[in-house]
Design a protein around this ligand. Structure first.
Ligand code: FES
Length: 152
Protein backbone atom coordinates (compact mmCIF):
# COMPACT_ATOMS: atom_id res chain seq x y z
CA UNK A 1 0.00 0.00 0.00
CA UNK A 2 1.39 3.42 -0.94
CA UNK A 3 1.79 6.16 1.64
CA UNK A 4 -1.16 8.05 0.09
CA UNK A 5 -3.45 5.03 0.33
CA UNK A 6 -2.27 4.46 3.89
CA UNK A 7 -3.48 7.97 4.78
CA UNK A 8 -6.77 7.32 3.05
CA UNK A 9 -7.11 4.09 4.98
CA UNK A 10 -6.65 6.10 8.20
CA UNK A 11 -9.44 8.47 7.14
CA UNK A 12 -11.76 5.55 6.37
CA UNK A 13 -10.89 3.84 9.68
CA UNK A 14 -11.44 7.06 11.59
CA UNK A 15 -15.01 7.09 10.29
CA UNK A 16 -15.35 3.32 10.82
CA UNK A 17 -15.99 2.87 7.09
CA UNK A 18 -19.41 4.41 7.65
CA UNK A 19 -21.08 5.16 4.32
CA UNK A 20 -22.93 8.13 5.78
CA UNK A 21 -19.57 9.83 6.40
CA UNK A 22 -18.53 9.55 2.75
CA UNK A 23 -18.64 13.30 2.05
CA UNK A 24 -16.68 14.03 5.23
CA UNK A 25 -14.06 11.47 4.18
CA UNK A 26 -13.80 13.04 0.72
CA UNK A 27 -13.43 16.48 2.30
CA UNK A 28 -10.58 15.24 4.49
CA UNK A 29 -8.81 13.62 1.55
CA UNK A 30 -9.32 16.76 -0.53
CA UNK A 31 -7.85 18.89 2.27
CA UNK A 32 -4.85 16.57 2.63
CA UNK A 33 -4.05 16.25 -1.11
CA UNK A 34 -5.72 19.39 -2.51
CA UNK A 35 -7.51 17.02 -4.92
CA UNK A 36 -9.12 13.56 -5.10
CA UNK A 37 -6.83 11.10 -6.89
CA UNK A 38 -8.55 8.26 -8.76
CA UNK A 39 -6.82 5.49 -6.71
CA UNK A 40 -8.17 7.13 -3.54
CA UNK A 41 -11.71 7.06 -4.88
CA UNK A 42 -11.35 3.44 -6.02
CA UNK A 43 -10.06 2.50 -2.56
CA UNK A 44 -12.93 4.21 -0.78
CA UNK A 45 -15.39 2.59 -3.17
CA UNK A 46 -14.01 -0.84 -2.26
CA UNK A 47 -13.81 -0.22 1.47
CA UNK A 48 -17.29 1.28 1.79
CA UNK A 49 -18.95 -0.89 -0.81
CA UNK A 50 -20.21 2.24 -2.56
CA UNK A 51 -20.26 2.13 -6.38
CA UNK A 52 -17.47 4.24 -7.90
CA UNK A 53 -19.93 6.13 -10.13
CA UNK A 54 -21.82 7.27 -7.02
CA UNK A 55 -18.57 8.63 -5.56
CA UNK A 56 -17.79 10.43 -8.82
CA UNK A 57 -21.27 11.97 -8.79
CA UNK A 58 -20.55 13.47 -5.38
CA UNK A 59 -17.01 14.51 -6.32
CA UNK A 60 -18.22 16.33 -9.42
CA UNK A 61 -21.32 17.87 -7.83
CA UNK A 62 -19.62 19.80 -5.00
CA UNK A 63 -17.30 22.66 -5.87
CA UNK A 64 -15.15 21.86 -2.84
CA UNK A 65 -13.79 18.81 -4.65
CA UNK A 66 -11.31 18.63 -7.48
CA UNK A 67 -10.53 15.63 -9.66
CA UNK A 68 -7.37 17.23 -11.01
CA UNK A 69 -4.25 18.26 -9.05
CA UNK A 70 -4.43 21.72 -7.49
CA UNK A 71 -1.57 24.08 -6.79
CA UNK A 72 -0.37 24.89 -3.28
CA UNK A 73 -1.82 28.38 -3.71
CA UNK A 74 -5.27 29.14 -5.00
CA UNK A 75 -5.85 32.36 -6.95
CA UNK A 76 -9.32 33.44 -8.09
CA UNK A 77 -10.28 36.46 -10.11
CA UNK A 78 -13.87 37.63 -9.80
CA UNK A 79 -15.55 38.00 -13.17
CA UNK A 80 -18.98 38.89 -11.77
CA UNK A 81 -20.88 41.78 -13.33
CA UNK A 82 -19.77 44.49 -10.90
CA UNK A 83 -16.12 43.44 -11.11
CA UNK A 84 -16.39 43.11 -14.88
CA UNK A 85 -17.64 46.69 -15.18
CA UNK A 86 -14.81 47.83 -12.92
CA UNK A 87 -12.12 46.17 -15.04
CA UNK A 88 -11.78 42.50 -14.09
CA UNK A 89 -10.83 41.46 -17.66
CA UNK A 90 -7.73 43.68 -17.39
CA UNK A 91 -7.01 42.38 -13.89
CA UNK A 92 -7.31 38.82 -15.18
CA UNK A 93 -4.84 39.65 -17.97
CA UNK A 94 -2.35 40.93 -15.36
CA UNK A 95 -2.79 37.78 -13.27
CA UNK A 96 -2.45 35.49 -16.31
CA UNK A 97 0.72 37.34 -17.33
CA UNK A 98 2.21 37.06 -13.83
CA UNK A 99 1.38 33.37 -13.35
CA UNK A 100 1.80 32.27 -16.96
CA UNK A 101 -1.27 30.01 -16.70
CA UNK A 102 -4.88 30.38 -17.83
CA UNK A 103 -8.01 30.04 -15.65
CA UNK A 104 -8.59 26.38 -14.80
CA UNK A 105 -4.89 25.59 -15.02
CA UNK A 106 -2.24 24.73 -12.45
CA UNK A 107 1.37 25.80 -12.90
CA UNK A 108 3.78 22.99 -13.85
CA UNK A 109 5.53 23.33 -10.46
CA UNK A 110 2.15 22.80 -8.72
CA UNK A 111 2.54 26.18 -7.02
CA UNK A 112 -0.54 28.04 -8.34
CA UNK A 113 -4.00 27.19 -9.53
CA UNK A 114 -5.93 29.97 -11.24
CA UNK A 115 -9.69 30.13 -11.42
CA UNK A 116 -12.41 32.67 -12.08
CA UNK A 117 -15.52 33.10 -9.95
CA UNK A 118 -18.81 34.95 -10.31
CA UNK A 119 -19.16 37.42 -7.42
CA UNK A 120 -17.48 37.09 -4.07
CA UNK A 121 -19.98 39.32 -2.31
CA UNK A 122 -17.64 42.33 -2.02
CA UNK A 123 -18.51 44.12 -5.25
CA UNK A 124 -17.56 47.56 -3.87
CA UNK A 125 -13.93 46.39 -3.77
CA UNK A 126 -13.99 45.24 -7.39
CA UNK A 127 -12.27 44.15 -9.37
CA UNK A 128 -11.17 41.57 -6.82
CA UNK A 129 -8.57 38.83 -6.83
CA UNK A 130 -8.36 36.33 -3.96
CA UNK A 131 -5.03 34.75 -3.09
CA UNK A 132 -5.31 31.87 -0.60
CA UNK A 133 -8.47 33.38 0.84
CA UNK A 134 -7.08 36.92 1.11
CA UNK A 135 -8.90 39.59 -0.90
CA UNK A 136 -7.06 42.20 -2.98
CA UNK A 137 -8.84 45.15 -4.55
CA UNK A 138 -7.62 45.88 -8.06
CA UNK A 139 -3.91 45.32 -7.45
CA UNK A 140 -1.50 46.70 -10.06
CA UNK A 141 0.69 44.21 -11.90
CA UNK A 142 3.56 45.17 -9.58
CA UNK A 143 1.47 44.75 -6.41
CA UNK A 144 0.20 41.37 -7.56
CA UNK A 145 3.70 40.14 -8.43
CA UNK A 146 4.95 41.29 -5.03
CA UNK A 147 2.14 39.34 -3.38
CA UNK A 148 2.82 36.08 -5.17
CA UNK A 149 6.59 36.27 -4.77
CA UNK A 150 6.12 36.13 -0.98
CA UNK A 151 4.49 32.70 -1.33
CA UNK A 152 6.59 29.53 -1.15
S1 FES B 1 -18.96 40.97 -8.81
FE1 FES B 1 -16.98 40.67 -7.98
S2 FES B 1 -17.35 40.68 -5.84
FE2 FES B 1 -19.30 40.91 -6.72
Amino acid sequence: MTQELSKIEQVVDKHEANKSALIQMLLEIQRENRWLPKPALMWISQRLGVPINQIYQIATFYKAFSLIPQGRHSISVCMGTACHVRGSPRLLDRVVDALNIRPGETSPDQKFTLSTVNCLGCCALGPVVVVDGEYYSSPSAKEFEETITTLD
